[in-house]
Design a protein around this ligand. Structure first.
Ligand code: PEP
Length: 247
């Protein structure tokens, strides 16, 4: 298995106005001692200014969603090309809040991910089971379905990151056991390698769901965990940097 540099990515969700970019400034100021790649995904209103603030640093800026089409009559939507035009390098696709709140299917997530690649962005594609699916022993089946349905052909480490985010762990303070995280990541890795062969070897598989400074070291040390997708704890520079320092 090839060595990969971990990635810690922050998803600000629908949080943040211009004043909150001071937290991004704090992340830029504190990133030099960090051994992993860092990305911050603020709301789309802040993208261009966020890109300006990270100039000259290694911090990447990403968006949280994109439309599959390049342009057109889709009021309120933002295309991957528009995101790339802002200077952002990444987009999150298939976040469970979009799958749940907007009924996004695996097929739509796949087309959004293809759009990201078309625009030259790399995608952080989220998958994960519900609490009910886990209790019913259907976690691996669900992950397989989501990988088969959401991940486009021709995936590579340059343009794909998978985020394993159990839906029941997001924003709840709950996390799976170390064994369960390890098993899910191993399963995802196995499916990617079965489909993409060596091209999948460097694809990073992040864990997401209630990652905090207090649990980051243990989670990031698990075999098969190549970083974290962080929601709530990414809103404060100190917390986000404390998580990144655990890599
Ligand atoms: C997320 O929404 O991707 C997430 C991981 O949220 P939190 O860290 O707040 O659980």
């Amino acid at each position: 298995m090839a060595e990969v540099k971990p990635l810690v990515a922050g998803n600000w969700k629908m949080n943040g106005t211009a004043a909150d970019l001071r937290e991004l400034d704090g992340i830029v100021a504190g990133q030099s001692g960090v051994a992993c790649d860092l990305a911050v995904c603020p709301p789309v209103t802040l993208l261009a200014e966020a890109v300006r603030r990270v100039e000259g640093s290694d911090v990447l800026v990403g968006a949280q969603d994109c439309h599959p089409e390049t342009a057109g009559a889709h009021t309120g939507e933002v295309s991957a090309e528009m995101i790339a035009d802002s200077g952002a390098k990444i987009v999150i696709t298939g976040h469970s809040e979009r799958r749940a709140d907007h009924g996004e299917s695996d097929e739509l997530v796949r087309s959004k991910t293809e759009a990201a690649w078309r625009a030259g962005l790399s995608a952080i594609l989220c998958i994960g089971e519900t609490g009910e699916e886990r209790r019913a022993g259907r976690t691996e089946t669900r992950l397989e379905q989501q990988l088969a349905g959401s991940v486009p052909d021709h995936a590579s480490a340059e343009r794909l990151v998978i985020a394993y985010e159990p839906m029941w762990a997001i924003g709840t303070g709950l996390t799976p056991s170390d064994d369960d995280i390890g098993a899910a990541h191993a399963h995802i890795r196995g499916r990617l390698e079965a489909r993409f062969g060596v091209a999948a070897q460097g694809v990073r598989i992040l864990y997401g769901g209630s990652v905090k400074p207090a649990n980051a070291r243990a989670i990031l040390a698990l075999a098969g965990v190549d970083g974290a997708l962080v929601g709530g704890a990414s809103l404060k520079a100190d917390d986000f940097l404390a998580i990144a320092a655990a890599c």
